[in-house]
Design a protein around this ligand. Structure first.
Ligand SMILES: Cc1cc2nc3c(=O)[nH]c(=O)nc-3n(C[C@H](O)[C@H](O)[C@H](O)COP(=O)(O)OP(=O)(O)OC[C@H]3O[C@@H](n4cnc5c(N)ncnc54)[C@H](O)[C@@H]3O)c2cc1C
Length: 348
């Protein structure tokens, strides 16, 4: 089976449009309990680890903070993406950069460097997927976000700041080695100037203007349909992002692997591509849907700093920990202890 990877970028992973935060496997297991073989899947991100971060510190608009133990690490996202592309090439795939996909017509992928015919087309082309649009698959609801690197020494905490300076979203400071990834994202209703908000946040924290890069983040979970043979969608194109924290790297890798298997099963054994929809939803669908419901609830408090402050106080550390993990906010009487959290967590 011949596999062709097309990317419009000149260099894979460049520019970086990411906070560069990856959840560790133990957290991914707590969020998506049925997903297995994470060590193998996440080998490249782990190899590119820059720094551990063991706490997510959530700041309310009023300046109060809660520490949620959460095991993550930071990466150089460009190097990580290049490592993943190298892995695919070593396994026999052919990579063609500077190749912009314009449309999909039947089994043909039309690009600025010719038309390619394929038995299966995996649209992993981000939240504004041309592949999805061509075949009439829905687009995820997104909000804009941007980030940059600032120099300095930072603690191992990942700081998330909530308030009207980041309407419907949050600003972040994610520690790396000798620097931090600082960014800001908002919700789907935002129609202002994100760069202005971002500059204001940088100035407030004592940093001068930096050139930020950004993009769009799916903010309300997956789209309703991700298969239109011969096309299947994986990653942001399918909205496979945890709505309560904006993290898409881990989920895109899980769904990407399922997409690869579904494509191979289809080509080699004639298994219908629709099997992909069932498989990825049974692996990550329920927590992602729950995360989207929690985000919709949270959206009622965003837009009013006073209400947001009260809501965060009422939730407290335990429920915020569960929200971050896309777990139900309401605890059953008998709870299970999540890893490194000392707090009870909801079963799904
Ligand atoms: C500012 C920002 C910060 C983020 N921070 C984090 C974070 O810290 N942790 C986390 O887990 N998630 C984060 N995310 C989300 C995360 O980046 C995505 O969920 C993840 O990258 C999904 O991967 P993907 O492969 O689906 O999409 P992408 O990483 O967007 O990759 C899409 C690829 O398709 C290519 N492409 C697009 N259109 C075409 C076309 N027409 N033709 C050819 N190629 C095309 C692009 O060049 C790109 O290489 C962040 C997102 C943003 C915007």
């Amino acid at each position: 089976m011949r596999t062709l990877l097309l990317d419009r970028r000149k260099v894979v992973g460049v520019p970086v449009q990411c906070g560069e935060y990856v959840a560790k496997n133990e957290e991914v297991r707590a969020i998506f309990p049925t997903v297995a073989e994470l060590e193998d899947l996440m080998a490249v991100p782990y190899r590119g680890k820059r720094r551990d971060t063991d706490v997510i510190r959530l700041w309310s608009p009023g300046g109060r903070h809660w520490d949620v133990p959460f095991q993550g690490f930071t990466v150089a996202r460009d190097a990580m993406d290049q490592g993943l592309a190298d892995q695919a090439v070593e396994a026999g795939a052919e990579l063609r950069t500077l190749t912009n996909c314009f449309a999909v017509r039947g089994h043909e992928v039309v690009t600025d460097h010719g038309t390619f015919e394929a038995k299966v087309i995996v649209g992993a082309d981000g939240p504004n997927s041309r592949v999805a649009k061509s075949v009439g698959l829905p687009k995820p609801v997104t909000g804009p976000a941007m980030s940059c690197l600032v120099g300095g020494d930072f603690s191992s905490a990942t700081d998330l700041f909530f308030g009207d300076f980041a309407p419907g979203g949050y600003a972040w400071i994610i520690p790396k080695d000798g620097c931090a990834n600082v960014g800001l994202g908002t919700w789907q209703h935002f129609d202002g100037n994100l760069a202005h908000l971002f500059s204001a946040f940088l100035r407030k924290h004592g940093w001068s203007e930096h050139h930020g890069t950004g993009g769009h983040v799916p903010v309300l979970g997956p789209v309703e349909r991700t298969v239109a043979p011969p096309v299947i969608l994986a990653g942001d194109s399918a909205g496979q992002v945890m709505a309560t924290n904006g993290g898409g790297i881990n989920v895109a890798m899980i769904a990407g692997r399922i997409a690869g298997h579904a494509a191979a099963d289809h080509v080699e054994r004639g298994v219908p591509l629709e099997a992909y929809e069932t498989k990825w939803r049974s692996a990550v669908g329920e927590p992602l849907a729950r995360g989207a419901r929690i985000k919709r609830l949270a959206d009622r408090f965003f837009g009013n700093d006073w209400m947001l402050d009260v809501a965060m106080r009422m939730l407290g550390t335990r429920r915020m920990a569960r929200a971050i993990r896309c777990q139900s906010l309401w605890l059953p009487a008998r709870a299970v202890l999540p890893p490194n959290d000392g707090e009870p967590a909801a079963s799904a």
